[in-house]
Design a binder for this molecule. Structure first.
Ligand code: AMP
Length: 208
């Protein structure tokens, strides 16, 4: 049995064609079904659809053999514990800093609100910028509007969320896309099945 952990939401939706080309179609729709393990049209493959930040943890500990997660989440987790053999080039967006429109430069130490604490710390430290990182779990855009932070680090796709909150993107930290990750022990123990799946995903990618 192969277990694949997939991030909920946009990544799951965009991963479906890759899975379908490999003959893997979930029997139930996770939007309407409360089951946490989804059986698929392949008897030897099951899916777990979980929060993005939990995907690397499931794969690292071998609770899932493979995972599909954004590079943002993998970098924040510390991906050296996993193999990352394939960029699926889906759910593409940018990790950026953003600030209120027309804001004067902040005085003193920069306060940054983000859920990407480690990535933000590294980014500002590499640039010699003294920053106080404030961990939030959501609605980062709110932080500068209510004086909690000078700046945010968050994912930007269309930029609509920033615009709607009178913020503007500043610096690109990195381009983000979703990657296939593999548990290191599973790569050895289930090599044949994983190698075949990888080839199928690569074929789908090449046809795009
Ligand atoms: P947008 O308004 O299109 O720029 O999208 C920004 C919002 O969507 C932010 O709240 C992001 O955290 C979220 N977002 C954008 N792209 C992604 C992605 N690929 N994966 C997860 N969240 C995303």
């Amino acid at each position: 049995m192969l277990t694949i952990a997939v991030s909920k939401g946009r990544i799951y939706e965009e991963a479906l064609p890759f899975l379908a080309d490999a003959g893997i179609m979930p029997v139930d729709d996770p939007k309407t079904c409360r089951k946490l393990i989804l059986q698929t049209t392949r008897e030897d493959v099951q899916l777990v659809i979980i929060r993005a930040t939990d995907v690397p943890t499931f794969v690292e500990y071998g609770a899932a053999d493979l995972g599909i997660a954004g590079k943002d989440v993998l970098l924040e987790h510390g991906a050296e514990s996993l193999y990352e053999p394939l960029d699926l080039n889906i759910a593409c967006c940018r990790l950026m800093t953003a600030v209120p429109k027309d804001a004067p430069p902040p005085q003193g130490r920069l306060r940054v609100a983000t859920k990407y604490v480690k990535t933000a710390q590294r980014y500002f430290a590499d640039r010699g910028i003294q920053a106080e990182i404030i961990k939030l779990y959501g609605s980062m855009e709110l932080a500068p509007l209510v004086g909690l932070a000078d700046c945010i680090v968050d994912l930007v796709d269309t930029g609509n969320t920033l615009r709607a909150n009178n913020l503007e993107p500043r610096d690109l930290i990195m381009n983000v896309s979703s990657r296939l990750v593999v548990n290191k022990a599973a790569m050895k123990m289930k090599n044949q099945a994983i190698a075949t799946l990888l080839e199928q995903f690569e074929t789908t990618l090449a046809q795009r």
